[in-house]
Design a protein around this ligand. Structure first.
Ligand code: SPD
Length: 431
């Protein structure tokens, strides 16, 4: 051996841009490249890289493989550093070139730690053992691969990262969006659409209890409900806890969301086969355009964020149809985004609703959703007949309902407090 280590600095050009932006896939490709070269994996850490791309490192017993990708340039910079003779880093190079579908790869090899420039001193390995003893030395020489792979929901200024187990549970590109499910450590399975978190098994109750029970418990006369979106089934599950409901129509544009949720998120999708539910896979905007006047007591807009197919669910023409389709005492509730993360959409939607329902009939309320960036999320309660969301609440009924159904987030105090807005949000909404 001429040196302690071999360091190969690699440039990959003309790669597949989608691959270079895919955290689990790059982690997999890097681990495979290391394994093929004969390395022993100890650890891997992979993140989204700002503003696009992936950053990560695979620590191997023989040193490390590191990467930064720039999908917008179809370019990846990779470091392959190996010590000893047992690993051939050029095998990793070839493996990654193929995996990233690179049109061109180049590399320079440097020898690190040349023996003629080094002076060896004697070190007794037992000095590192401390009080634990020789047994621990033996264990530490048998590394166990630990993975640290992260999903990040972000814009150019704010990000929320959630660690998952590395392998994707579900992935399909529908005609509308990229639908994925990850198995996270803290929140169970998590549904994402176009890299934005929609819901997770462990904190979805906050969102679904608040979007449904707030309007339902102040409007006990609700019998016919329309849900636009909500393909995971969480909203329908909560609506059907109210026995007076006679029928629920749910219009979800993307059957892939419904299929993935049925298969992998049974605690959310359990009510999707309920006999009172009429599930329609279609465009909710078009459905409401053709809906009869005064046909629903409650309309729930359980949309994703205002990009892709959900963009039209944030428009005045859509909400004019919503208003028309509500019975005279009807109520509409919409998820209205994060006041901070999506400030522009939040303010624009609130003003749009005020123009259609009148300012006095639009009531913004908040819930804390841990898996959404900033955690602070808003809903808009809009009443056609003037039923106030707090003054009309039957306190005893609200408490009894929350207790009987063992709700996880909703309770009487939360219902009342949710409508108290911080001053900065009031200021944001002032016209
Ligand atoms: N950024 C997340 C906004 C998602 C709102 N809808 C979630 C759907 C849950 N049924």
């Amino acid at each position: 051996m001429k040196s302690l280590g071999r360091h190969i600095l690699v440039e990959f050009h003309g790669c597949n841009a989608d691959i270079l932006n895919d955290v689990p896939r790059i982690e997999h490709d890097m681990i495979e490249a290391a394994t093929r070269s004969g390395a022993t994996i100890i650890n891997s850490v992979f993140h989204h890289f700002s503003p696009f791309g992936v950053s990560g490192v695979v620590v191997i017993q023989e040193s490390h493989l590191a990467i930064h990708t720039w999908p917008e340039y179809r370019y990846a910079a990779v470091d392959l550093f190996t010590c000893g003779d047992s690993v051939n880093p050029w095998v990793s190079y070839e493996s990654l070139k193929t995996a990233f579908q690179a049109e061109h790869g180049s590399a320079v090899e440097m020898n690190r730690g040349q023996p003629e420039l080094l002076q060896k001193v004697d070190i007794d390995p037992s000095d590192n053992v401390g009080e634990i003893g020789a047994d621990a030395t033996q264990k530490s020489s048998m590394p166990k691969h630990s993975r640290s792979v992260w999903f990040t929901d972000r814009d150019e200024n704010i990000a929320l990262s959630i660690r998952h187990k590395g392998d994707r549970v579900f992935q399909e590109k529908s005609p509308y969006q990229l639908v994925e499910i990850f198995d996270t450590f803290k929140y169970g399975k998590m549904l994402t659409v176009d890299k934005m978190v929609m819901c997770s098994e462990k904190d979805e109750t906050a969102y679904h209890e608040m979007i449904i029970h707030v309007p339902m418990l102040v409007n006990p006369g609700v019998k016919n409900v329309l849900v636009i979106g909500g393909g995971d089934g969480g909203s329908v599950r909560e609506i059907l806890r109210h026995p007076q409901v006679e029928s629920v129509t749910m219009v979800e544009i993307d059957e892939v969301v419904v299929r993935a949720s049925r298969e992998f998120l049974p605690s959310l999708s359990s009510a999707l086969s309920h006999p009172k539910l009429n599930l329609i896979i279609d465009d909710g905007i078009e459905y409401l355009r053709q809906a009869a006047d005064e046909s629903f007591d409650l309309i729930v807009i359980d949309s994703s964020d205002p990009v892709g197919p959900a963009k039209g669910l944030f428009s005045a023409s859509f909400y004019k149809d919503v208003y028309r389709a509500l019975t005279p005492n009807g109520v509409m509730v919409a998820q209205s985004e994060s006041p901070r993360f999506n400030q522009e959409a939040f303010v624009a939607l609130t003003h749009c609703l005020q123009d259609i329902f009148t300012p006095e009939s639009v009531h913004t309320y908040l819930a804390f959703i841990q898996t959404y960036p900033t955690g602070m999320w808003s809903f808009s309660y809009c009443t056609k007949g003037g039923i106030h969301p707090v003054e009309s609440l039957d306190a005893e009924k609200s408490s009894q309902f929350a207790e009987a159904h063992q709700l996880q987030y909703y309770n009487l105090e939360i219902h009342q407090a949710a409508f108290c807005l911080p001053t900065f949000i009031k200021t944001m909404l002032a016209r």
